[in-house]
Design a protein around this ligand. Structure first.
Ligand SMILES: [Zn+2]
Length: 225
């Protein structure tokens, strides 16, 4: 079947239900996504602190291991999958998955604004210096606070270990390649990377910027509208 243009599946949050990638429901979703050639974003990694004691009692941190996706990728070699939150904090496992499976991308949603800046930069730097800078996509996954979007953008802008070209790749080019966005498409179409439904339990803890110029990047979309 030809690609279903303009559609993708995200955020698949099986981890919050205590389901690993090989369980029947996730497996059915991945099989369908492969058959329809749909890009898929999978939640891997951090949830709200204490998630298993809040509204998602089946959440397990042990399902944060990106390598749990390996058998899925092998069963579905045409699956276009990206690991959300870049699998933080499982860096070594994330690097191993990226190395072993060149079709996999990651995004920086949530970790770009919720982590202390130094930790975010350390994580991003390792991803890039390990050779995967062309498979890292910007993301905010911002759910409630528009100011968090600025924090996320600033977190990448202030990464002094990145060249301007690497920042452009992260902000746009890598996602355009992954999603097969035509070259003439307006970057504002990428608002999908920047908005998600509200989650009042999560608060940004990263260093907050004030009056951060958005520069060449598109203006902030109004999330939830
Ligand atoms: Zn998530």
């Amino acid at each position: 079947m030809d690609s279903v243009a303009g559609l993708f599946l995200r955020e698949l949050m099986f981890q919050y239900r205590g389901l690993g990638p090989s369980d029947s429901v996730p497996e059915a979703c991945y099989a369908l996504a492969e058959r329809l050639d749909l890009p898929v974003g999978v939640h891997v990694g951090l949830g709200p602190p204490g998630a298993a004691y809040l509204a998602t009692p089946r959440y397990r941190a042990s399902l944060s291991n990106p390598l749990l996706l390996e058998e899925t990728l092998i069963r579905h070699p045409k699956l276009r999958l990206y690991v959300m939150h870049a699998g933080w904090p499982m860096l070594d496992e994330m690097l191993a998955l990226l190395y072993g499976h060149p079709q996999v991308y990651v995004d920086l949603g949530v970790i770009s604004w919720i982590l202390p800046r130094k930790e975010f930069h350390r994580y991003l730097r390792r991803l890039v210096e390990a050779g995967f800078g062309l498979r890292v996509m910007f993301g905010s996954d911002q759910m409630l606070w528009p100011q968090g979007l600025r924090i996320a953008i600033q977190a990448v802008e202030t990464a002094d270990f990145l060249t301007p070209a690497q920042k452009r790749d992260i902000f746009y080019n890598n996602a355009a390649r992954f999603l097969r966005i035509p070259r003439h498409t307006n970057p504002l179409a990428f608002t999908w990377l920047l908005c998600q439904r509200p989650n009042p339990r999560m608060q940004p803890t990263g260093r907050r910027g004030r009056g951060i110029p958005l520069g060449r990047h598109p203006p902030s979309p109004r999330c939830g509208t």
